[in-house]
Design a protein around this ligand. Structure first.
Ligand code: IPE
Ligand code: IPE
Ligand code: MG
Length: 236
């Protein structure tokens, strides 16, 4: 088995293009994407990913038509309710990150209930980012720290991300986990999210396992001793 990222951050992009490419309305792409998300969660837990953070709705996604936004929130609420048993069965803890104050009451209730029920899950921590902005989260963390606490103490900053994966062909982060991804590996797939398969994930994990993460240090020591005299003499 290849080494998998401990913390995988997934930007689930390309739902709309998946649908319009088939002559269908965008909401069908989101519905299909939700199905894919369920499979991704199950597969990541099975592969031993400890933390999975899914980008479901950005604070900039409020710019979309109200009916698309409403559909996304309804879809998320109904999935939370329907997936609860599976989350419990597989030991998955679910948390939602992002602003809550602009979400529909019914969705907040579903989120709170699911968070409370799954709080003891130890196999994988699944976080779903809803009305999330990384710049806002960083700002919030600094505001809290200014109030006298330790630097960046609060829940708006997550543990470091090992791998950011974005589907849908774009090569950008779109305000997702900017602080946490300081040393993350990056992977971009041209496949639209609803078409993402476990084979695609296998390929991404295999590529991740080959990368050497140095965090600014030199590579692991090779069996070569340092030269006794400098190759280049210092200027006089
Ligand atoms: C990602 O798919 C889902 C959300 C942002 C909610 P998009 O809806 O952005 O799909 P494209 O990028 O338009 O194809
Ligand atoms: C990022 O996708 C947000 C989510 C996947 C939830 P977008 O489709 O909103 O990002 P941009 O507009 O292409 O940068
Ligand atoms: Mg998009």
């Amino acid at each position: 088995m290849t080494r998998v990222p401990q913390h995988l951050a997934l930007i689930m992009d390309g739902n709309g293009r998946w649908a319009t490419g088939k002559g269908r309305p965008r909401w069908m792409g989101h519905a299909r994407g939700a199905h894919t998300a369920r499979e991704v969660v199950a597969y990541c837990a099975q592969r031993g990913v400890e933390q999975l953070t899914l980008y479901a709705f950005s604070s900039d996604n409020w710019k979309r038509p109200a009916d698309e936004v409403g559909f996304l929130f309804d879809l998320f609420a109904s999935h939370l309710e329907r997936q609860l048993d599976k989350l419990l069965k597989h030991g998955i803890r679910l948390s939602v990150i992002g602003r809550r104050d602009r979400l529909p009451r019914a969705l907040c209730d579903a989120i709170e209930a699911t968070e409370a029920r799954t709080a003891e899950g130890r196999r994988m921590h699944l976080r779903v980012a809803v009305d999330y902005s990384s710049r806002a989260a960083i700002q919030e963390a600094f505001t809290m720290a200014d109030g006298g606490g330790d630097a960046l103490p609060n829940a708006s900053i997550l543990p470091p991300v090992d791998l950011v994966l974005r589907t849908g062909g774009e090569r950008r982060l779109s305000d997702f986990l900017l602080w946490e991804s300081a040393y993350a590996e990056l992977a971009f797939l041209d496949v639209n999210f609803p078409d993402l398969s476990t084979a695609d994930l296998d390929a991404v994990f295999a590529d991740y396992a080959k990368r050497e993460r140095r965090y600014g240090a030199v590579p692991a020591p090779a069996n070569v001793s340092a030269p006794t005299t400098p190759a280049i003499s210092a200027p006089r």
